[in-house]
Design a protein around this ligand. Structure first.
Ligand code: ACO
Length: 374
């Protein structure tokens, strides 16, 4: 057996044609196309096509996919009824995880597991997860969910379903770029969890449910919420330096920093920093960007650790007026495209994923001690 690597660091656990990362040089690409080109020129729908089908779509293909995604947005009323029964103070990631399980029960392809049915499930889940996040936000504030608008693209429709108002061009663009940047990231913890579940020949909804559970944790997607909580707790630019130094001195992990793969800047952070600056400054919230920059400078100087995708996405979402506990669910609104692409890829050439553990327990054979002698 090979040697144990804590946290499976640098262990190659799958072959994949979806996402290429060069952690030393800060490169991220989907199907070989650089994330910077995608962030500048693509759309979330186009990225979905690229992840699912492996190539950039032609006009007719992207129009068809955008139409299919829009058609697949409605969430069954039974699932809304279930969401309405949840506590108003539930963690939105728990709501999403439970609602996705319920979506599996009402999916028209629920008993089919062939590749075509799985692709249809990928479309549906991509449309519906956005609807679930938006609906829970409405329901917990005593409002009815907003029906999707099929004339709007995914990013704009998501913001529309959240607030009931059509977003500005700036907000739509910011959300679309954020969705592009979060769509896939190779064998990150949630994608790996999804592939492990799919590899047992379970089903697409179970794989996505596993992935949502993994994304929720603060070491993974949950970090964007912790970043905003940290900024709100610090509160003032003048308090940043002392707060960060104290946190580092007490060996506290600063959310939004560090990465298992990148040894240099996370290329997603480069875009999100620019977006954060623009949105914060243009909305009169320059303080949040200024604080973020100072935190980043201090962490880099003191610990030589770079910001990751979660650091600047926090202030991007905050200035778009989105509730802080929805930041990780928004990660899932995008990452569903990558999760489903990976599950489809896994099932295309499947083998059960079943590693080994290095046993550290009592030596074998340990004696079974009868109850009366213990
Ligand atoms: N703040 C302070 N120190 C840090 C941080 C951080 N955010 N991240 C890493 N370090 C330090 C560790 O303390 C450790 O130092 P040491 O060797 O002196 O003990 C060293 O850097 C290596 O850190 P590990 O935790 O061993 O790195 P690992 O690869 O296991 O963890 C992780 C990566 C989980 C991302 C980590 O950097 C972390 O906890 N970051 C904060 C949470 C976060 O932002 N998560 C989101 C990651 S991106 C994503 O999943 C979408």
């Amino acid at each position: 057996m090979s040697t144990f690597k804590e946290g499976l660091q640098d262990v190659v656990a799958a072959t994949s044609s979806i996402c290429y990362i060069d952690g030393d040089n800060g490169v991220l690409s989907y199907r070989g196309i650089d994330i910077h080109d995608l962030a500048e020129s693509s759309s979330f729908e186009e990225v979905c096509y690229l992840l699912w089908f492996g190539t950039l779509p032609r006009t007719a293909e992207i129009d068809r996919l955008a139409g299919d995604l829009a058609k697949n947005r409605p969430v069954p009323p039974e699932v809304f009824a279930l969401i309405k029964s949840f506590p108003r103070d539930a963690n939105p990631m728990d709501v999403m995880r439970t609602a996705v399980t319920a979506l599996g029960l009402y999916d028209p392809d629920r008993s089919a597991t062939d590749a075509e049915a799985n692709l249809r499930k990928a479309y549906r889940l991509t449309g519906q997860i956005a609807g679930i996040v938006a609906a829970y936000e409405r329901i917990r504030h005593g409002h009815e969910p907003v029906a999707p608008d099929a004339t709007l693209r995914h990013a704009a429709n998501f913001l529309y379903m959240l607030s009931g108002k059509r977003p500005s061009a700036t907000a739509e663009k910011a959300m679309d770029v954020a969705l592009i940047l979060h769509a896939d990231h190779e064998l990150n913890a949630s994608t790996f969890a999804g592939r492990v579940t799919a590899a047992t020949l379970s089903d697409m909804h179970s794989g996505v449910t596993s992935a949502i559970g993994a994304l929720k944790g603060p070491l993974h997607g949950g970090a964007n919420i912790e970043v905003m909580r940290m900024l709100l707790e610090i509160g003032e630019v003048s308090k940043v330096d002392a707060w960060v130094k104290e946190a580092l001195a007490s060996k506290k992990k600063i959310s939004g920093f560090g990465h298992r793969v990148y040894r240099t800047e996370d290329p997603r952070a480069t875009h999100l920093r620019m977006m954060s600056r623009e949105l914060c400054e243009n909305s009169g919230n320059g303080k949040w960007f200024e604080m973020s920059r100072l935190i980043e400078e201090t962490v880099k100087r003191e610990k030589k650790i770079n910001a990751n995708v979660d650091f600047y996405s926090a202030t991007v979402y905050y200035t778009l007026g989105i509730a802080v506990d929805l930041f990780t669910p928004i990660f899932a609104v995008s990452r569903i495209s990558g999760w489903t692409a990976h599950i489809l890829e896994q099932l295309g050439n499947n083998r059960l994923i079943r590693p080994r553990a290095e046993y550290l327990g009592p030596a074998y054979p340990a004696r079974y001690i009868p109850m009366g002698e213990r």
